[in-house]
Write a protein that binds this ligand. Structure first.
Ligand code: FRU
Length: 321
């Protein structure tokens, strides 16, 4: 990638200036005003309503601190793919030097990301994928592997047979599809049976509502596999309200120190699989790209599992079995 000197069009300058004002110091202005930043990075976050996404932005912010050569600006798409699409178009027409995007859904975000990339703006896609390969680098953990590890964990824990409820993340987003496929692969050919599955769209209230239906239909449920920790927690609350939480194991994904790991410590979740945000790696990769260094097209992050037995010791790295 060639390093470019930015000659912003007037509209772009106005846009960035408006951002600097709107974003304020909380949004990652460089600590020292000695030298103006060389590069502007636009972050498009699909929502900030979930702790994991707040953490991702925080990880980006911490990694960018100490790099006065970059200025990072943030946009929150509020879980709206159309809004996110226009935000990427705005970044592209403002002429930012690089875009970091964590897309809400694969299909609707593919075209604007490809357009910015074709225009010569490097794009780092974080956590959720788009279709095709028109971006500079994808960074994320392997969701199929995590799903498969959760399936194997469930098999070992339940001794090979049992009734399972699967609460899926948004199935138009790739982590939902991959966590589903991986889990199925993990339990294939076993006596574990998925008796109920529903798309809770990554949202705790939806998970709770879906779990209420599952509880009313199935007198026996042994384990809930939720595609994220908010979903697993919502399911737990539904089971608790029905007085059945002690009969069921709850498994989630994310493993944040202040969310999933706390649920494990409190005995609410039997396991939480770590899903690293990739925020730090995105900034490190952005700095390389902006300095003209080659980066891989794909960076895969590793993941741990937290259980009551290992959470105090920092969890256990996933093994391929
Ligand atoms: C937050 C979140 C996480 C999940 C990730 C998947 O929006 O739902 O809980 O692991 O997105 O993209």
């Amino acid at each position: 990638m060639k390093t470019k000197t930015i000659l912003l069009p007037a509209a772009g300058l106005a846009f960035l200036a408006a951002f600097s004002v709107a974003c304020g110091k909380d949004h990652g202005s460089p600590a020292s005003s000695a030298a103006p930043p060389k590069w502007t990075i636009g972050v498009s976050q699909c929502n900030l309503g979930e702790p994991w996404r707040v953490q991702m932005n925080q990880d980006i912010r911490s990694a960018a601190e100490g790099h006065p050569e970059i200025k990072v600006i943030y946009k929150d798409s509020q879980n709206d793919s159309l809004r996110q699409r226009s935000q990427i178009e705005e970044y592209a027409s403002a002429g930012v030097d690089l875009i970091i995007v964590s897309p809400k859904e694969a299909a609707p975000l593919t075209a604007p990301i490809a357009a910015a990339y074709r225009q010569g703006i490097p794009v780092i896609v974080l956590d959720r994928r788009v279709l095709g390969t028109e971006y500079t680098c994808f960074i994320g953990a392997d969701n199929v592997r995590i799903g498969k590890a959760a399936g194997h964990w469930a098999l070992r824990k339940l001794g090979g047979s049992g009734k399972i409820v699967e609460l899926e993340g948004l199935m138009t987003s790739t982590p939902g599809q991959d966590r589903h496929a991986g889990f199925r692969e993990g339990i294939e050919g076993s006596g574990l049976e998925i008796v109920f599955e529903a798309d809770m769209k990554w949202l705790e209230p939806d998970a709770r509502r879906e779990m209420e239906s599952a509880l009313s239909r199935f007198p026996r449920i042994d384990l809930v596999y939720a595609h994220n920790d908010p979903g697993a927690h919502g399911a737990f609350l539904a089971a608790q309200a029905a007085g059945r939480e002690k009969d069921i194991l709850f498994v989630g994904i994310d493993g944040l120190p202040h969310e999933g790991q706390v649920y494990v410590k409190r005995g609410i979740l039997a396991a939480s699989f770590e899903y690293p945000t990739g925020g730090r790696e995105a900034v490190e990769t952005a700095l390389k790209i902006l300095s003209g260094e080659a980066v891989p097209r794909e960076i895969t992050l590793s993941s741990r599992v937290y259980t009551p037995e290992n959470v105090e010791a920092g969890g256990e790295w996933l093994r391929d079995n």
